[in-house]
Design a protein around this ligand. Structure first.
Ligand code: AMP
Length: 212
């Protein structure tokens, strides 16, 4: 049976990067609430219009809205998945649990606050496949162009210092309590997000082999 996995960690911890590699390796879908909300915003849907002001300010979109889009998305899955950016509050974690979803492992990618701001303000994201680059430490081979799919690299509107500091505050206030929540369920595993990208991936894969 394929695993149901949650990636937890502050903004800029590398959840998106690890999620892409894990989902390719494990052949499970990558469910990112941030990507779903940004897509809704760019398509101008009702959901996108509702989410817009929260996304721009680094605030959390209301729980009811996010719970509903995730519940709808998970109805289509029965062979493993990776949740990236959800749950982000205790209300969301409880809703997921109450919906009867089995969670096999919650991977906390741990990174010090001090390095988060630097990581995020240098972050470039592919508009097509969502892969991320760092314009100093991990630049693309061709400027402005994704190494993987040749999509256009852009800076996310919320990847600026003021909004990042707000996203970090929100993480500590609202999301960090999930660490205790999942520790109590014996499914929490911590990895060092400061390690090289491939080492983090291998650490997570080793954890999943034991946890599954
Ligand atoms: P991310 O791409 O995961 O960094 O998410 C970007 C933004 O989308 C966040 O700053 C929130 O505004 C919104 N968002 C993503 N996931 C959630 C969630 N689970 N609950 C509430 N808001 C979310």
């Amino acid at each position: 049976m394929k695993s149901n996995i949650i990636l937890l960690g502050p903004p800029g911890a590398g959840k998106g990067t690890q999620a892409k590699s894990l989902c390719e390796t494990l052949k499970i879908p990558h469910i990112s609430t941030g990507d779903m909300l940004r897509q809704a915003r760019s398509e101008g849907t009702e959901l996108g219009k509702l989410a817009e002001s929260y996304l721009g300010a680094g605030k959390l979109v209301p729980d009811d809205l996010v719970n509903a889009i995730v519940a709808e998305r998970l109805r289509k899955e029965n062979g493993g998945y990776l949740l990236d950016g959800y749950p982000r509050t205790l209300v969301q974690a409880k809703a997921l649990k109450d919906s009867g979803q089995r969670i096999d492992a919650v991977i906390l990618i741990d990174v010090e606050d001090a390095s988060i701001v630097e990581r995020i303000i240098h972050r470039l994201s592919c508009a097509d496949c969502g892969r991320v680059f760092h314009d100093v430490n991990m630049p693309p081979k061709i400027k402005g162009c994704c190494d993987h799919c040749k999509g256009e690299l852009r800076r996310r509107a919320d990847d600026n210092e003021i909004v990042v500091r707000e996203r970090l505050r929100v993480y500590h206030d609202e999301t960090a309590p999930l660490i205790d929540f999942y520790e109590k369920d014996n499914v929490l595993y911590k990895v060092d997000g400061g390690a090289p990208i491939n080492d983090i991936l291998n650490n997570i894969l080793n954890i999943l082999k034991k946890a599954a």
